[in-house]
Design a protein around this ligand. Structure first.
Ligand code: GDP
Ligand code: MN
Length: 333
C-alpha cells in the first residue's frame, strides 16, 4: 500500500467520529475526489458547501486521489474544511499509463481539438481511471458506497437525510442527479464494442436490464443517453464485480479510451443499462447540484425550501436530458 499511497493525513482536528454517530456505523460510505493540486481552491469551495449542507452532521471520510503527489499545502488547506477523516493517495502508475497494446500512431491520429478535451491525453487517462480503476485503490478498501465529488461543483440544497443510508436501505446500486446526451464523436465505436461484449457474454446481462434507455431502436444504435458521472453515489461492489471488470477489460482491449475519447460517464451508464434493473438506480431529484453548464434543481415546492437554486434552470427540463426517459422506463416485473 505504501508503494502508491501517502499516509492518511489527520492534519486538522482529530476526526470526532463516535459510536453515537449512527450513520457512520450503518454504512461504510466515503467521498472520493480525483483532483489536481492546482484545483485546491475550487475544491475547498465545493467541500465547504458539502460540509455545510450535509457532512458536518455525519463526518463521512474523504479520499483524495491524484496522479501526482499532493503538496503539503494542498493537504493542510483541505483539512481545514472538515473534521472528518481525510486521506490522500496517489494513483498507481499502471492505472494511469498507456497499455502496451495501444498503437501510438493510431492514438495520435485521434488526438484533435475539434471536440472538447479532444487534444488532452491526461483527460483520456482520467476517463480510463474513472472507468476501470478508482474502485481498486487501496484507500477505498473496506468501503461499501462512494460518493464522487469534483472541484468546482456546487451543492445548493440542504441534505437533511443520509443518501448513503437511503441507498443501502433500498439496496440501490447507482444514484445520479443529471443525465444528458453524449457528444457522438467521443464514443463513435463504444456501442459496437458494447454489442460485441454482450454477444460474447450473454449470461452476464441482466434479464430485466435498462438497455431501452440507451438505445431507442432496439439495440441498433446508442442514443447517447448517459448519467453525468461527476456526481455519483454508487455501490463499490458493482464496479468490483466480475461482470463489470469483464466489461471494462473488454473495452480497454478495444482501445477506445485512447483512439476515441470514451468518457467514464457513458461507460458507467452502459454498464448500468446492461447489468441493473430500474429499481436499483435512483435519481436524487432533491440534491441541488451544479456542474459547469448543467444543474439539478428540484421543482417540488417542499424541496425548494431548502435550496438556493432556480428550478426553471434544472437540466431535467432540457430536451437534451434523458431523465424523463429514465423515469418513464417500466418497472421490472
Ligand atoms: P469534466 O467534468 O469532464 O469537464 O472534466 P474535469 O476537468 O472536471 O475532470 C474530471 C475530474 O477529474 C475532476 O475531479 C478533475 O479534478 C479530475 N482530473 C481531470 N484531469 C486530471 C488529471 O490530469 N489529474 C488529476 N489528478 N485529476 C484530474
Ligand atoms: Mn468536472
Amino acid at each position: 500500500l505504501t508503494q502508491y499511497t501517502n499516509l492518511p493525513c489527520f492534519c486538522g482536528a482529530q476526526p470526532n467520529v463516535t459510536a453515537s454517530d449512527s450513520t457512520v456505523t450503518k454504512v461504510k460510505g466515503v467521498f472520493v475526489v480525483l483532483v489536481r493540486n492546482r484545483e485546491l481552491h475550487e475544491l475547498r469551495w465545493t467541500l465547504r458547501q458539502l460540509e455545510d449542507r450535509f457532512n458536518h452532521k455525519h463526518n463521512y471520510p474523504y479520499v483524495f486521489l491524484n496522479d501526482r503527489p499532493f503538496t503539503e499545502e494542498f493537504k493542510r488547506t483541505i483539512s481545514w474544511v472538515t473534521k472528518a477523516p481525510v486521506s490522500f493517495g496517489q494513483v498507481p502508475e499502471e492505472h494511469w499509463s498507456l497499455p502496451d497494446w495501444i498503437d501510438r500512431y493510431k492514438m495520435l491520429d485521434g488526438i484533435n481539438d475539434l471536440i472538447i478535451y479532444g487534444a488532452s491525453l491526461s483527460y483520456r487517462h482520467m476517463c480510463r481511471f474513472n472507468s476501470g480503476f478508482f474502485f481498486r485503490h487501496p484507500l477505498l478498501d473496506g468501503y461499501e458506497y462512494y460518493w464522487r465529488v469534483e472541484p468546482d461543483v456546487q451543492f445548493t440544497c440542504d441534505i437533511d437525510y443520509d443518501p448513503f443510508v437511503y441507498m443501502k436501505e433500498r439496496d440501490l446500486t447507482y444514484g445520479f442527479t443529471i443525465s444528458l446526451k453524449e457528444i457522438p464523436e467521443t464514443v463513435a465505436t463504444l456501442w459496437s464494442s458494447t454489442r460485441k461484449f454482450m454477444k460474447q457474454y450473454p449470461e452476464l446481462i441482466e434479464q430485466h436490464n435498462t438497455l431501452d434507455w440507451v438505445s431507442s431502436d432496439n439495440g441498433k444504435s446508442y442514443n447517447m443517453c448517459h448519467f453525468w458521472s461527476n456526481f455519483e453515489i454508487g455501490k463499490l461492489d458493482f464496479f468490483r464485480s466480475d461482470r463489470y471488470l469483464k466489461y471494462f477489460d473488454f473495452l480497454d482491449q478495444e482501445g477506445g479510451f485512447f483512439y476515441e475519447r470514451w468518457g467514464d460517464a457513458p461507460v458507467h451508464s452502459l454498464a448500468v443499462a446492461m447489468f441493473l434493473k430500474k429499481e436499483e438506480v435512483h435519481w436524487f431529484q432533491d440534491i441541488g447540484y451544479v456542474h459547469s453548464v448543467a444543474q439539478n434543481c428540484p421543482s417540488d415546492r417542499e424541496m425548494q425550501k431548502k435550496c438556493h437554486c432556480d428550478p426553471l434552470k434544472s437540466v431535467d427540463l432540457w430536451r437534451s436530458s434523458c431523465t424523463k426517459q429514465w423515469n418513464a422506463l417500466p418497472a421490472s416485473p
